[in-house]
Design a protein around this ligand. Structure first.
Ligand SMILES: Nc1ncnc2c1ncn2[C@@H]1O[C@H](COP(=O)(O)OP(=O)(O)O)[C@@H](O)[C@H]1O
Ligand SMILES: [Mg+2]
Length: 234
């Protein structure tokens, strides 16, 4: 389980994250929604070790990982699929997936099993295993970014706007996979600007506005919250 307490993070003078509290219980899919600029990405980066928090704490399964560098965070079991899918374009699909070995979290056998599992989840990646990542479509690159995160066998998966810029048919495929992972027991924190999509798949929803959590609850409760609409559209 992931536990974030009174987390603050800034970009220079911009207080992007202000005393954020949130919890992702083991096996749950929790959504963090909010308008552009609300502070969602900064929150994920502060958890993943890509941005040093100013204060507050991040705990995973009871272990305090606050301020750890990202390679240590990955080793502790947290993997992130970044906004805009950072894959290695000059490498093939297969080579991108094999990079996960550097996380130091997997044995050779686990690496092999991981590859099989990723290719099973995304048959399109299996078909394109020897293709250069750079030559793939946006949707395929997003699948690869997912696959690479899964290769580290994360206890907690952080997803930053997986639907961004993708065609609806690809978004459907990705969200079916997110649902499959959720059903298989994965613990997921999903950042989405598309609130409908987030509400449809999650167990619990947090709404972020100008750096703060302004509301949270079950998807059904959130649908009737005026704050949700304000946070998302203005
Ligand atoms: N690298 C940066 N330098 C300066 N300000 C930034 C930077 N990244 C984000 N910000 C600012 O921090 C706030 C939160 O941004 P971000 O976390 O990216 O929000 P979201 O992911 O919800 O769109 C915004 O006001 C944004 O302009
Ligand atoms: Mg963002």
């Amino acid at each position: 389980m992931l536990h974030v307490s009174r987390l603050c993070a800034a970009h220079g003078a911009v207080q992007a994250v202000r005393e954020v509290d949130l919890e992702v219980p083991a096996g749950d899919l929790v959504a963090l929604i909010g308008a552009n600029g609300a502070g969602k990405t900064t929150t994920l980066h502060a958890i993943a070790g890509l941005h040093k928090p100013a204060s507050g704490s991040v705990r995973v399964g009871g272990r305090d990982i606050t301020g750890w560098p990202c390679h240590k965070v990955v080793r502790s079991g947290v993997a992130m699929v970044a906004e805009g899918r950072r894959i290695a374009p000059p490498l093939t699909v297969h080579e991108n997936l094999e990079l996960a070995v550097y996380s130091g979290r997997t044995t050779k056998q686990q690496q092999k099993d991981g590859l099989a599992r990723v290719y099973d989840l995304f048959p399109r990646l299996a078909d394109r295993r020897d293709q250069l990542a750079a030559s793939m479509s946006g949707g395929e690159q997003q699948m690869l970014a997912f696959g690479r995160a899964l290769m580290t066998r994360p206890d907690v998966l952080l997803l930053d706007e997986p639907s961004m810029g993708l065609a609806p048919s690809i978004v459907d495929v990705l969200f079916e996979t997110i649902t499959t992972l959720h059903e298989s027991g994965a613990t997921i924190l999903l950042v989405e600007q598309n609130a409908e999509l987030a509400l449809a798949v999650s167990d619990h929803v947090y709404v972020m506005q100008r750096g703060r959590i302004v509301s949270h609850g079950d998807p059904d409760e959130m649908r009737s919250e005026p704050e949700v609409m304000t946070a998302l559209f203005g």
